[in-house]
Design a protein around this ligand. Sequence first.
Ligand code: GDD
Ligand code: MN
Length: 373
Amino acid sequence: MQRVVIVMPAWNEGESIAKMVDVLFNNEFPKIDAEMHLLIVDNHSQDGMTETVTKLTQKYKNLKIIQQENKGLGWAYVTGMEYAMKNLKADAILEMDADFQHPPRFVKPMVDAYLSGAEYVIGSRYVKGGSIPGQWELLRKAVSYFGNLFIRVVLLKPWIHDLTTGFRLAKVKGVLDKIDLRNLMELNRFAYKVDLLYQCMKFSKKTVEVPLQFEPRKTDRSKFNPKEMISTFKVAIILGIKDKIKFIKFAIVGGTGFIVNFIALRLFRNLGLTETLSWAFSTELAIVNNYIFNNIWTFKDQEIKGLKQTLVKFFQFNLTSAGALLIQSIAGPIGVRLVGVQYDALVLAFIVLFLVLPYNFTMYNLVIWRKKK
Ligand code: GDD
Ligand code: MN
């Protein structure tokens, strides 16, 4: 049977914690087809919560309370997740709030999604069947929705609707155990959540969204504020750029290749070479340029060294370039026939952007500068 651990940060939730524990163990866990555990991560609460939970651990053997090491919500999760993986041997971990904003009835559908093969399950407020509290004022609703939209665009994940939710389940093997939890960004803030989500999505082979009806907090003392929001956007922007750096370098090298091609063409012409030879030599020069700079800059972690390797790879690189030529000579005439010859510049731009660049980038990554296992 799969072992699922709910990691639940709780800080001065003495008022509601006993009810949360009882509802989970008595009403929800028995309905779920997995071995369920609840791990509460406390931050030295002052309101008696620690004692309440400690007493309940005698009643429920799958209940455990630990204290976090460093300050901040992110650290509560890191502490809890490490404990769940090492000490409880969790197969999957569910992040959940203690204040009933994540209603316990949504635990089962999350675990069910995991049991049917999902490696990362997002409790989503912005899919059909999910919701945010109706009584939230318009501004708060707008901030939540548009903040999410912004992050969806920046992270290039428009198909995921809720990237800031706090209700998520991740498989341990292959997903959570691949992530360097202690080095996530902004662990002392809520913003770490976006980084954690981004890393989980990178490793998860199947990510699904399950509806969540986010309830209002009974006594609203949410710690979420503009400072948290800004740091959340910051994390999203940094992540958005970080993974694209290779592509940006590749595009810059492509640009220098274009310039080399252009200048060399005129040079060879002026030297008196025939038109055909001028084109051929200048194109080959651009290919050499692109090979060298991609090798020492864009793909320097996989840099090709040694004479034999260089010759083999450079030959492959030329074949790849010939492939691009082929794509252009097939797609070009088709495009022109479709939209008319007066739009040939547009056709060229379209072909380069959507066919040649992705083709080259893929070939470079998968063939020429393939990562060694
Ligand atoms: N141990 C510990 N340490 N627990 C904490 C800490 C901390 O520093 N800060 C908050 N908690 C606990 C709270 O007791 C609660 O159970 C849970 O973490 C969430 O805290 P809230 O203060 O209730 O957060 P929120 O409701 O404003 O924020 C929710 O929405 C955000 C945005 O959608 C949460 O679900 C966030 O995770 C989510 O990012
Ligand atoms: Mn809350």
